[in-house]
Ligand binder design. Structure first.
Ligand SMILES: Cc1ncc(COP(=O)(O)O)c(C=O)c1O
Length: 411
């Protein structure tokens, strides 16, 4: 029996619309996968971009540093903007790796890039605000723009000659009086697109012409296979840029939750100070993790080249598997660790979501529907290529069998 108080409270609480609209499809089918696992099924997880879930490990010297800093007393609340040691190490890393000149004051440490996206949209977006984001996009951009009452406007990523690229016309067409910022994700999740230098420069020109800020998510900056990555702030000097980056993927510490944002080419600290207000309200990010990264990120990066070698092999392996099947095609991901293939055939599924759900139920393979990334068609799915080849081989065999068994039979 529910008590009177519980009943009254249930009546009083109407969940706000802003919460109802938050969707994170990457994890949406996980409860179903867990149910199947409980029944004894083996699930092939190809949904989450976490290398540590497979055979990648945090470099031992980073773990050791964590132990040492905890022993040495780095266990207190740190400054809300982030430990100065880490911000100084980031200045060095950004100069060394991305040719971006920063000062520690330009940087705010966040609980992953995820918190950075929230802080930026909280500071930037009001009811009338429009922000341009790619379609497909990493879902948090859409979610937080809408959460704060603004409007996400999409520009398209398209497939041309087997590669993903930005449809620059659709970007410019979607700019209105209310647009304040363009978000670029480079390398992109979910497509693996790496934006060429000329396109970044063109986006800079467009932003300059229309008076827009550029938000550049570079969390995969060092996970690039066969093209060159250019950091936006290394190329564009006359447009304000907020750079977003973090350690989850490249330093193999997804669970540590440490990222950063930096402000470049601003002539005032208004926006940074708004972000700092939010940062103070959550006190700080975990101090020992910050200090361990400060002590290691510029010392030994050898794990990154090992990771790229392993990932390149897995990418090429999966692309080759897909090449042999005509019902599915895939543009080459030039960075990150995702494939974003297109299901070319019609079948016993009404869209990408139903496709993914049925695939999980029948073949026990968990992937993510492209519409979870606000893709403009319902024919793409995202698959991580992080696991070892044997695992990928089994998962892809199951995927192909599912398509074969359920595709439309043309008489
Ligand atoms: C493009 C992009 N941005 C941000 C994030 C969030 O990363 P984190 O919060 O771990 O730094 C991810 C995670 O997958 C991502 O793919």
């Amino acid at each position: 029996m529910t008590s009177r108080a519980v009943h009254i409270i249930n009546e009083k609480i109407t969940l706000p619309h802003r919460v109802e609209i938050l969707r994170y499809e990457i994890r949406e089918l996980v409860p179903l996968a867990k149910q199947l696992e409980k029944k004894g099924e083996k699930i092939y997880y190809l949904n989450i971009g976490d290398p540590l879930k497979y055979d990648f490990e945090t470099p031992p010297h980073i773990i050791k540093a964590l132990y040492n800093v905890a022993v040495n007393g780095y266990n207190y609340y740190s400054y809300s903007q982030g430990l100065s040691e880490l911000r100084e190490a980031i200045v060095e890393k950004e100069k060394r790796v991305n040719n971006v000149e920063l000062s520690p004051e330009d940087i705010v440490i966040t609980a992953g890039v995820s918190e950075g996206i929230n802080f930026i949209m909280a500071s930037l977006v009001d009811k009338e605000t429009e922000v341009l984001i790619p379609s497909p996009t990493y879902p948090l951009y859409k979610n937080f723009i809408a959460f704060y009452g603004g409007t996400p406007k999409y520009y398209r990523l398209i497939e041309r000659d087997g590669r993903w690229c930005i449809d620059l016309e659709s970007l410019e067409e979607n700019i209105t009086e209310k647009t304040v910022a363009i978000v670029i994700i480079n390398p992109n999740n979910p497509t693996g697109m790496v934006i060429p230098k000329e396109d970044i420069e063109e986006i800079g020109r467009i932003a300059e012409e229309h008076g827009l800020l550029i938000i550049s998510d570079e969390i995969y900056d060092r996970i690039v296979y066969d093209s060159t990555f250019y950091s936006t702030a290394s190329l564009i000097k006359d447009v304000p840029i907020i750079g977003l980056n973090g350690f989850s993927k490249t330093y193999l510490v997804t669970g540590w939750r440490i990222g950063y944002m930096y402000f470049c080419n601003f002539d005032s600290n208004r926006l940074r100070d708004a972000v700092l207000k939010l940062a103070r309200n959550r006190l700080c990010t975990a101090t020992p993790f910050q200090k361990a990264l400060a002590d290691t990120i510029n010392i030994d990066d050898s794990h990154i080249s090992e990771m790229i070698t392993k990932l390149r092999k897995r990418r090429d392996y999966t692309l080759k598997l897909i090449e042999e099947v005509e019902d599915i095609t895939c543009s080459i991901p030039e960075g990150a660790f995702y494939l974003f293939p297109k299901i070319e055939t019609e079948g016993e599924w009404k869209d990408d979501k139903e496709f993914s759900r049925k695939l999980l139920l029948e073949e026990k393979v968990l992937i993510v529907a492209g519409s979870g990334f606000y893709m403009h068609d319902k024919k793409h799915v995202r698959i991580v290529f992080l696991p070892p080849e044997e695992y990928l081989q089994e998962a892809f065999e199951r995927l192909f069998r599912f398509i074969r068994n359920h595709k439309s039979k043309i008489a």
